[in-house]
Design a protein around this ligand. Structure first.
Ligand code: 5GP
Length: 142
């Protein structure tokens, strides 16, 4: 399948769609998942257009995973979950629903399951508050 430049993450990258951004840098963008599977669920995407891990350049993948680690550390500091899931889906058959490669950073809390994937839109005020907490941690990180 050819990369669709009108997918929602491409629109977020171009500023044509809104997102609660936590990190905006040269190679990657980090923002809150609109339908979080747990409080603090964050997405990290490369600026390079690529559908999946198979299409992304090795250089961009390196930048993406490094940025994912940085954002995951900030989410960990902000939400203090006992566990953290970091996942990346390739292809509709693997559950991918947005065809611009991304890593999910999903905090896991003791005794709390995940809500269903990409189902319920969170309240904007909550996403704003969560983004602010993660941004503050990123800004104070060495
Ligand atoms: P995938 O299923 O492709 O691995 O993950 C796509 C993720 O994007 C889902 O977790 C879904 O909740 C999230 N998502 C879908 N549409 C939007 C949107 O418009 N804005 C944001 N911030 N997240 C979205």
């Amino acid at each position: 399948m050819a990369y669709d430049p009108n997918n929602i993450f491409a629109k977020i990258l171009r500023g044509e769609a809104d997102a609660h951004v936590v990190l905006d840098e040269e190679h990657c963008l980090g923002f809150m998942d609109l339908m979080p599977q747990s409080p603090g669920h964050t997405l990290i995407i490369p600026r390079e257009p690529a559908e999946s891990i198979f299409d992304l350049s090795t250089e961009a993948l390196g930048q993406l995973i490094t940025t994912t680690q940085r954002v995951a550390r900030a989410v960990k500091a902000a939400f203090k979950p006992p566990g953290m899931m970091i996942v990346q889906l390739n292809g509709a058959d693997a559950g991918q629903t947005v065809f611009h490669i991304h890593f999910h950073v999903i905090p896991r809390y003791e005794g709390e399951g995940l809500t269903l994937h990409a189902r319920s839109v969170a309240a904007p005020a909550q996403l704003r508050e969560h983004a602010a907490r993660i941004k503050a941690e990123l800004e104070s990180a060495p």
